[in-house]
Design a protein around this ligand. Structure first.
Ligand SMILES: [Zn+2]
Length: 423
């Protein structure tokens, strides 16, 4: 029996009913290698990397007006239509949202952070709880990062050829994470998509530093492939190389030769700005395989996402929609608004006229303004529901535009409206 079935069968082999209120049972399915997918009839094959027999990416169409791609990623826990946005539940919890509320926004896959979960509560406890899906009651696909981004961002760490030493932020205990450790932690957490351990190159970095760093990232990618234990988890590789086109190309080509089931572009959203971000995506994406999903890590604002979709990216994650929700910044078709401003005190319109989320259907800007003023936690809940829904609507409309071959004009029209009144 493949491990993906552990979510649906208990230790004695009895069928368990999926929990109510998260993902509808008709979207839950499991299948074995070399069997046909129940809905599409696609046959699954053994991936040469040995880790992704149950994952299938299908490129549905390419937009003739740009590099945008419409695709479908099938996983043991559900189908993900791409381009897609993954909201971030850092500690296996979406901030101020229940799993049912997250699902209602149209989110199909979420992200959790390996670094934070390793420190608290520890992967062994999550494993004992039946893995992340069971622990946090989210039955759809989950992606965990490798912890590399957080570890490399720490002010005090020691980078060696084998990994990184750092201190536990509370206990002060010395901790080491390298490729083997990152795989063991992510295997225990049990997400559907896991990430290779890489060195996130800071910005700015010299070409010399970046060149030495990608050698390490490539070596670590190979070590991750070797120590990854679960075939029901797809291991994605991460392309680094800073802002240097030849290094990005070199890293992408070497990783492609290792045949991972998916590829991420890492080391972006580290302060390089939108113009450099666009350039990095532009000169990296062409060297990634067409028949595998492409994930741009940690991006971003709506304009960053649209520009990157136009350059061939399929998957995104970012804390922005939920983080901004807590600081009273809400996304609308005509730009961002800050609801703590006095002019919203008597504004009895919804946050966004064109939005059909729970928040916009039921509440006014004046009410949210009052909630923020009174420091009520409902403000963060309603704003998070709206912001994540806004992102998912943007992705849904992007997918439709690509299907119809008009993504470039969709992007331009959206940005013309969105940039009109940004505050
Ligand atoms: Zn709304």
């Amino acid at each position: 029996m493949v491990e993906s079935e552990s979510a649906h069968f208990d230790k004695k082999g009895k069928t368990k009913t999926p929990r109510q209120g998260t993902v509808a049972p008709d979207r839950l399915f499991c299948y074995k290698e070399n069997t046909a997918h129940p809905a599409t009839g696609i046959l699954f094959h053994q991936c040469p990397s040995g880790s992704a027999a149950m994952f299938q990416y299908t490129l549905i169409n390419k937009d003739p007006s740009c590099q945008a791609r419409r695709g479908r990623l099938e996983t043991p826990r559900g189908v993900i239509e791409t381009p897609t946005f993954m909201p971030v539940g850092t500690h296996a919890a979406m901030k101020a949202m229940t799993p049912a509320q997250v699902e209602e926004t149209g989110s199909r896959i979420i992200l959790a952070n390996t670094y934070h979960l390793h420190l608290k509560p520890g992967e062994e406890l999550v494993r004992k709880a039946g893995g992340l899906h069971s622990f946090m009651a989210w039955q759809g696909p989950i992606l965990t990062d490798s912890g590399g981004f957080q570890v490399f961002s720490l002010p005090k760490k020691k980078i060696t050829e084998d990994g990184v030493f750092f201190r536990h932020e509370v206990t002060g205990e010395e901790i080491f994470i390298g490729p083997k450790e990152a795989m063991a932690i992510q295997n225990a957490l049990g997400a559907d998509i896991i990430m290779a351990f890489d060195e996130c190159i800071p910005f700015p970095a010299t070409a010399d530093y970046a060149a030495r760093s990608i050698r390490k990232t490539l070596r670590w990618a190979e070590a991750c492939l070797q120590s990854h234990q679960r075939r029901d988890q797809a291991l994605f590789a991460i392309v680094q190389g800073g802002i240097y086109p030849d290094l990005r190309r070199n890293c992408a080509e070497e990783l492609t030769a290792m045949d991972f089931p998916g590829y991420a572009i890492g080391g972006v959203s580290v302060g390089e700005g939108l113009e450099l971000l666009k350039q990095v995506v532009e000169y990296t994406a062409p060297f990634l395989p067409e028949n595998k999903p492409r994930y741009l890590m940690g991006v971003g604002l709506p304009e960053d996402i649209l520009e990157s979709v136009a350059r061939g990216i399929d998957m995104f994650d970012c804390v922005i929609p939920t983080r901004y929700a807590r600081s009273a910044t809400l996304f609308t078709r005509v730009g961002r608004i800050r609801l703590t401003k006095r002019n919203y005190r008597r504004d009895f319109y919804p946050v966004d006229h064109s939005c059909d989320c729970y928040c916009c259907r039921n509440f006014t800007r004046a009410y949210l303004h009052h909630l923020y003023n009174a420091n009520e936690i409902l403000s963060a809940i309603l704003a998070a529901i709206h912001n994540v829904h806004f992102y998912q609507t943007l992705m849904k409309e992007s997918r439709e535009a690509i299907e119809q071959g008009r993504f470039r004009s969709f992007k331009e029209e959206f940005l013309a409206g969105y940039n009109r009144a940004e505050s």
